[in-house]
Design a protein around this ligand. Structure first.
Ligand SMILES: Nc1ncnc2c1ncn2[C@@H]1O[C@H](COP(=O)(O)OP(=O)(O)OP(=O)(O)O)[C@@H](O)[C@H]1O
Ligand SMILES: [Mg+2]
Length: 376
């Protein structure tokens, strides 16, 4: 059982670098939280403050309701896995994993150490490497040893700082799946740092999106995808990035329309309903539409933007079409290839006319001044 609570936590490094401003977060027992955001946004700093490796400048950190601000890292019952593994090169895998247990007071029996190390090794699939030295292992195997070393300690809170960032793409995918399995096997609360949005989306029960030391949004993966709190989150989550347009939202009786690039689109579905419920009047907005929520129309029509193809990126199961509108605005459209007409596909060259349309239920509306989602 381990809940975690951060209240108004702040970090100012010397020379007045404010790395983290007023961080507030409640983590439930056994929850898997992911901190995500661009380089320098304060992810590692926050994690290190939770671990006790970095002093906090203001606020409180509680574990299971107990304020731990002044507790030493070793007294916080927290395990941490770092990006660079930090294994001892001269020790075997077994001894690397046993290391922290041997430092415990009162002394832990060899039997108990053996049980814990072999049990963790089995869960992680590294039993056959226990007698090897780290340099005799692949990157992914070393990564597992680093995780195993944290696992044996039976910690209530598991902190991981970009643990997969120096693995190749294939190993990353594999280890990502293993972390999901690991999580089911051990009873810990997890805080996981990454700047990879796929990791954030697939691993997190909830995601904390950070920028410049400020939390931008805390929500489930589906929540941040469907209802991004502001332009930054909208652009950060989802690849390729969401397309943005200067637009006018028009309330016409019971209906809403969006006017942009000389065209008019009706807002439908939940989005239309939400605008009505909020009683939103006609106004200027920044319109957001994800590339995968755009589609190609057969030809010129009232509900299609007339564009010209710039770049066609073939991704296998889909094409990423970079096109420019009549006004010279660059947008990206993601189209599945599976049911695409072969003749059409071969006609795609620089300059080919492309007619782009999108559904009214897939639109996002932001305030151009504050950048906030007007529906939140
Ligand atoms: N020891 C330090 N002294 C002064 N400033 C620091 C120190 N450590 C970090 N910073 C600054 O604090 C800010 C947050 O750094 P932090 O390492 O937490 O970012 P991060 O989100 O983990 O980034 P990355 O994705 O690159 O690991 C940065 O501006 C960084 O330069
Ligand atoms: Mg970091």
């Amino acid at each position: 059982m381990a809940t975690l609570k951060l209240t108004n936590v702040k970090k100012i490094y010397d020379k007045n670098v404010v790395a983290v401003h007023d961080f507030n977060l409640d983590v439930a027992d056994k929850e898997f939280i992911v901190f995500v955001g661009p380089s320098g946004c304060g992810k590692s700093t926050t994690l290190r403050m939770i671990a006790g490796l970095e002093e906090i400048s203001d606020g409180t950190i509680e574990i299971d309701g107990e304020v731990v601000n002044d507790l030493q890292p070793k007294d916080r019952n927290i395990a941490m896995v770092f990006q660079n593994y930090a294994l001892y090169p001269h020790l075997t895998v077994y001894e690397n994993m046993a290391f922290s247990l041997r430092l415990k007071k009162p002394k832990m029996s060899e039997d108990e150490i053996y049980q814990r190390v072999t049990n963790a090794a089995q869960i992680l699939g590294i039993t056959e490497y226990l007698t090897r030295k780290p340099k005799q292992l692949s990157g992914g195997q070393r990564q597992r040893v680093a995780i195993g070393r944290a696992m044996v300690r039976d910690s209530k809170v598991f902190l991981m700082d970009e643990p997969l960032s120096n693995l190749d793409a294939k190993l990353r995918n594999q280890m990502r799946a293993e972390i999901i399995l690991l999580r089911e096997k051990i009873d810990s609360t997890f805080i996981y740092v990454t700047h990879d949005q796929t990791e954030a989306m697939t691993l997190g029960d909830r995601i904390v999106i950070m920028k410049d030391g400020y939390i931008q949004q805390v929500d489930t993966p589906q929540g941040v995808f469907d209802m991004p709190a502001n332009l930054f989150v909208a652009g950060f989550i989802g690849a390729p990035q969401m397309n943005f347009f200067d637009a006018q939202l028009v309330k016409d009786g019971d209906k809403y329309f969006v006017e942009t690039e000389g065209h008019r689109f009706e807002v439908t579905g939940e989005k239309g309903k939400a605008l009505k419920e909020k009683g939103i009047e006609s106004r200027k907005i920044t319109l957001g539409v994800r590339p995968e929520h755009m589609s190609l129309a057969a030809g010129k029509s009232e509900n299609a933007l007339e564009c010209a193809l710039e770049v066609n990126e073939m991704m296998g199961s889909e094409l990423h079409l970079h096109v420019t509108t009549e006004n010279g605005k660059r947008i990206i459209v993601r189209v599945p290839t599976i049911s695409m007409d072969e003749k059409f596909r071969h006609s795609l060259h620089h300059g080919t006319p492309i007619y782009v349309t999108f559904e009214g239920k897939a639109m996002h509306f932001f305030d151009p001044e504050t950048t906030n989602n007007i529906l939140l």
